[in-house]
Design a protein around this ligand. Structure first.
Ligand SMILES: [Zn+2]
Ligand SMILES: [Zn+2]
Length: 620
């Protein structure tokens, strides 16, 4: 045997073996092997953001350790790799990079720009996964933006439509006025911002008195449909049932009793607008109040705003405050810290708009989600509470349509005459209704021969939330149930409310079975100062820098020894340096052995000594 070189050249050795592994195909899943037990990993297809960061190093190391361990234990391990391409994030980047809006280009041209950007990012991230030495089966690689994958998303939609889980409805949704699309609860981030509480006089009808209401959103006055007080609040309950005038628009509305009004907030009298916030939505439903839509899709005041029509929300707020002041109706203002919802892609404050959308009935599944979550083995165990709490906290069904371009098309048309919904049949997919007509001659209801295509696309989570079944081979392989449910679903603390949850509801609805048997949660990687790692905080460490400096194994050792599953871990250079020193020791030991084995020929039989046997027994 040739003695090992003195220096451990990590980069050269890594490259050599990464290439060799792929040539030899040693990480391929063996579909023909029916003897070894299988172990399937539901690798979350990452959203190609372009950067393989330290967070990726942490979570890929976690599940690669599991894959390698299981292989050594004799399992036939299935470790697939896909890319979750669609979504608002890529669109926002394309808009920024080209300084355009989605409206400026025909959808197919805009889509092409998105695809190009995604391909660039996938190449960068694939390089990261390979460099990290992940034992992925690359023959399984897929992209959710390809029509072969659309087919699966569309098929799952059609099956769930037929089962009664999918419906089109007009319901208030979270709306990003910059991205001009509906977004799901899971895509809303909450931020604390400084706001202003305005105390405004609403004249009581039939008397000279007034009630003082406090609001942070005076621009919604034109959409005020009621004024509410708490029925147990003795200061105001005598006014219940009386009429009050909404200033500026001079419309009268009723004073209603509502137990959710907080007597200690503001003045204890609130205006109910359609819709200033989510509470308004609940109140409107509870009291069956009328709805005055006030906003356009790009966040401007519409014709219902009268003289304020055409103004942006900000401009309208300013104008209305000026008019209230001039009329002597603004009593005072106070600054207030408030939590507001913002779009998680562009940080624009979200609004609530009522538009026809597609929904999945998810709330009827909450009990099943809870039962399944209790059957799953969680690492760490307490993470299951996060999933259950999230499922229980949801007020609305999942809005699955997006008014965007870069997504899987919703395979639906509407009859031009009677508006009948025509959902594609299972054997029509993949299909883009914008380019193809439904494969029927006439509307089954009225006989009309013209159809209007659905222009909306699916939420990107509609693609990725079927990964457990898709990885297992559904619907193309007859034996897909062999790898379903997945043995392991790796996830991050930050995506339990999306990934872990959407996987649950979709697979429970489709197959009445939980999608994964165990869930391994990684925490977030923090900067060395313990704060969230970010370029603006100057505590950001790029993964390639770490791998270049100390080699992959040292970085993996940092991830492995960094702490418990589910916990955030800080990135510290000394931890990686320690990993490197440890590996050097291992190298030196191996090198020492190799010098003693100069005369040994590989494959040659030799007699093992007691010490050899002891070492081998420990390595079992
Ligand atoms: Zn946005
Ligand atoms: Zn019709």
């Amino acid at each position: 045997m040739k003695p090992l070189p003195k220096e451990f050249d990590a980069i050269a050795i890594e490259r050599k073996w990464q290439k060799k592994w792929e040539e030899m195909g040693i990480y391929r899943f063996d579909w023909e092997d029916k003897t070894r037990p299988t172990f399937s990993i539901d690798t979350p297809p990452p959203y190609p953001s372009g950067e393989f960061h330290m967070g990726n190093v942490l979570n890929w190391t976690y599940f690669d350790i599991v894959a390698r361990y299981k292989r050594m234990r004799g399992y036939n391990v299935y470790f697939p790799q896909g890319w979750d391409c669609h979504g608002l994030g890529i669109e926002v980047q394309v808009e920024r990079e080209h300084n355009i809006s989605k409206r400026d280009l025909p959808p197919d041209k805009f889509r092409k720009l998105c695809e190009k950007l995604v391909e660039k990012y996938i190449a960068m991230m694939r390089e990261g996964v390979i460099r990290l030495g992940c034992s992925v089966d690359w023959t399984t690689e897929y992209r959710t933006m390809n029509p072969e994958y659309w087919k699966l998303t569309q098929l799952s939609f059609i099956i769930l439509y037929d089962k009664g889980f999918m419906y089109r409805g007009k319901h208030p949704v979270n709306w990003c006025p910059r991205c001009e699309t509906a977004i799901a609860d899971a895509e809303v981030d909450y931020e604390e911002r400084e706001g202003t509480l305005h105390y405004i006089r609403f004249p009581l009808e039939g008397s000279t008195g007034h009630l003082l209401i406090a609001t942070t959103r005076p621009e919604f006055i034109p959409a005020c449909v009621a004024v509410a007080v708490n029925p147990v609040d003795d200061r105001f309950n005598k006014y219940v049932g009386r009429k009050i005038t909404v200033p500026i628009v001079n419309r009268t509305v009723e004073i209603i009793p509502d137990e959710n009004v907080e007597p200690s907030f503001g003045t204890g009298v609130v205006m109910i607008c359609t819709y200033g916030d989510k509470e308004d939505v609940k109140t409107v439903i509870r009291h069956k109040l009328p709805v005055v839509n006030l906003l356009t899709q790009d966040g401007k005041i519409n014709q219902n705003g009268g003289k304020y029509a055409g103004l942006t929300i900000k401009e309208a707020r300013k104008a209305i405050i000026e008019d209230l002041k001039a009329a002597g109706l603004l009593e005072k203002t106070e600054s207030i810290r408030q939590e507001i919802g913002v779009c998680d892609r562009c940080e624009t404050p979200i609004e609530i708009l009522e538009l026809p959308q597609w929904f999945m009935k998810t709330r009827i599944l909450t009990e099943k989600v809870e039962k399944a979550a209790n059957e799953v083995v969680w690492y760490p165990d307490y993470m299951k509470t996060r999933l259950i709490d999230w499922a229980r906290s949801l007020d609305w069904d999942w809005v699955i349509s997006r008014q965007r371009v870069f997504g899987t098309p919703i395979p639906v048309w509407y009859c031009k005459n009677c508006n009948e919904i025509i959902v594609a049949k299972e054997d029509w997919v993949p299909i883009d209704p914008k380019l193809e007509k439904p494969k029927i001659d006439k509307c089954p209801k009225c006989g009309c021969k013209e159809f209007i295509p659905e222009k909306d696309v699916f939420d990107t989570w509609m693609d990725s939330s079927i990964s457990c079944a898709v990885h297992a081979g559904w619907p193309n392989r007859e034996d897909w149930r062999r790898l379903f449910p997945a043995d392991l679903h790796p996830s991050g603390v930050d995506i339990i409310r999306t990934w872990a949850y959407y996987l649950m509801v979709r697979h429970l609805a489709l197959f009445d079975e939980k999608p994964y048997k165990s869930c391994l949660i990684n925490g977030m990687v923090l900067g060395s100062d313990g704060r969230k790692m970010s370029k603006s905080l100057k505590n950001y460490v790029a993964a390639p820098d770490v791998l270049d400096k100390y080699g992959t194994d040292a970085a993996r050792q940092w991830a492995a020894s960094g702490g418990a599953t589910g916990s955030d871990i800080p990135f510290r250079w000394p931890d990686v340096e320690y990993g490197r020193r440890f590996l050097t020791k291992l190298w030196n030991a191996a090198r020492f052995v190799s010098t003693q084995l100069k005369d040994y020929k590989v494959g040659e039989k030799c007699e093992l000594q007691l010490l050899d046997r002891w070492i081998l027994s420990k390595a079992e």
